[in-house]
Design a protein around this ligand. Structure first.
Ligand SMILES: Nc1nc2c(c(=O)[nH]1)N[C@H]1C(S)=C(S)[C@@H](COP(=O)(O)O)O[C@H]1N2
Ligand SMILES: [Mo]
Length: 416
């Protein structure tokens, strides 16, 4: 229960609290290629840029000088155009505060809730060595499905930020969308060959038909309606400063409510299309269904509705009798959080928690509940959120790529 906080990190020369740290993996040149955000340790609504998560599907590209950057807008448009960053910044701007959640965040809780695996801790640091061993085993052909379960590598792949840019719709309007438009493909300037291990790990089995696309660029095709949503923006700024390279500089796409894979970084091409194209990261990966042969496979789009308990934590057990503030975060892929309920009796009865202002459409909300507990014992405390569309947690069923986890993970504590 002892949580030491004043440990004398030095900030600007002054002794300070122990500050949360990014859990990062670097390449041979010391460059961050992956990082988990310490979401459980943060306060407020905006994840500091230094603590925001990083992930990549392909190879990280070399940085591009903003003066050399040009965005091409073409395809099914009246007037194909090219825009420099300076030209993009002449459009009326827009700022959006939103949660970015990777489709695979918290995926291991699916196995736990099905009773297939022990409860993973939100405090485990990603086991990079175990991930490296997976690759070695895959290389020498000894990889077993049981090796794929590493209960620590899929936490903290979410952050919330403030993004500034211009609506994609404004740029498309300038180019003139033709009436036959169906989708808007956004492509980044990163390239690479998708690693089959990412799919194996996601599905928890190597027994999959991996469709090897060879070297590709990262791209996603937004259905026209989402592309034209005024909150879908081309952003050059993040949390009050120019976007950083790892997060997609000079310009990235912001697609509020939809999982991170839609938020195409390092944008270079926008193509209006008269159909939904077949793209690796849209029709082969980041798909939703019961199995690879499910006749109703669909692409992932909006996130479910989700709350997590950030305080106290399982690790704080045992708790003394008395009053405890239960606190947490709640967000949805379909707008504002309307309600958060707490159950102290493992889901038998529910009571409303207090939702802290502000509650913005795409941002998470903080919530709290004062728990008075006099009876010693073992408690399973649950939180469930409901959004402005009346959707209650959980929305997302187990699916074979185990994406968009929004299940209810109890806080398990003993009161003494
Ligand atoms: N060009 C490009 N954009 C991309 C990706 C990528 O690999 N390449 N990864 C996507 C995925 S899966 C996620 S979760 C987010 C991660 O964004 P971040 O690293 O800035 O947090 O970027 C998305 N945009
Ligand atoms: Mo992701």
């Amino acid at each position: 229960m002892v949580r030491r906080e004043i440990e004398g990190d030095f900030i600007m020369g002054w002794p300070d609290r122990k500050r949360p740290e990014l859990n990062e993996a670097r390449d041979g040149q010391g460059r961050v290629i992956r990082a988990a955000a310490p979401v459980m340790e943060l306060q407020g609504l905006i994840t500091p840029t230094d603590l925001s998560f990083v992930t990549a599907q392909l190879d990280m590209p070399e940085p591009m000088h903003p003066d050399d950057w040009v965005l091409s807008i073409g395809g099914q448009v009246e007037r194909p155009i090219k825009l420099t960053l300076e030209e993009l910044q002449k459009f009326p701007g827009r700022t959006v505060r939103a949660v970015t959640e990777c489709a695979g965040n918290d995926t291991d809780f699916f196995d736990y809730l099905r009773g297939d695996a022990p409860k993973p801790s939100r405090f485990l640091t990603p086991d990079r060595e175990a991930m490296a061993r997976l690759k070695d085993k895959a290389a020498d052909g000894t990889l077993q499905d049981a090796d794929l379960y590493i209960p620590s590598s899929m936490m903290g792949i979410l952050s919330a930020g403030e993004f500034t840019g211009v609506p994609l719709a404004a740029v498309l309007e300038k180019a003139g969308i033709k009436p036959n438009a169906v989708s808007v493909r956004a492509e980044g300037f990163d390239t690479g060959t998708p690693d089959p291990m990412i799919q194996y790990r996601s599905a928890g089995t190597t027994n999959l038909d991996f469709v090897d696309p060879g070297v590709i660029s990262y791209d996603k095709a937004l259905p026209l309606e989402k592309a034209l949503d005024p909150d879908t923006i081309l952003a050059w700024a993040h949390n009050g400063e120019y976007l950083r390279h790892v997060h997609g500089a000079p310009v990235r796409l912001i697609v509020p409510g939809w999982s991170g894979n839609w938020w195409v970084r390092w944008l270079q091409t926008i193509e209006v299309m008269d159909h939904m194209p077949d793209l690796y990261h849209q029709t082969h990966y980041f798909i939703y269904g019961d199995s690879p042969d499910d006749p109703n496979l669909t692409m992932l789009t909006a996130l479910g509705v989700k709350s997590i308990i950030t305080d106290p934590r399982d690790e704080d057990s045992p708790l003394p009798r008395g009053s405890h503030a239960i606190r947490g975060l709640a967000w949805s892929g379909c707008g504002r959080i309307e309600r958060v309920e707490i159950s102290i009796d493992d889901g038998e009865t529910w009571t409303d928690a207090h939702i802290e202002e502000p509650r913005e459409k795409w941002l998470w909300a903080r919530w709290s509940y004062l728990w008075e507990v006099d009876e010693p014992g073992q408690y399973s405390v649950k939180a469930r959120a409901t959004d402005q569309e009346g959707r209650t947690q959980p929305q997302t069923k187990w699916n074979f790529q185990r994406k968009h986890f929004d299940g209810i993970v109890p806080l398990d504590v003993t009161v003494v």
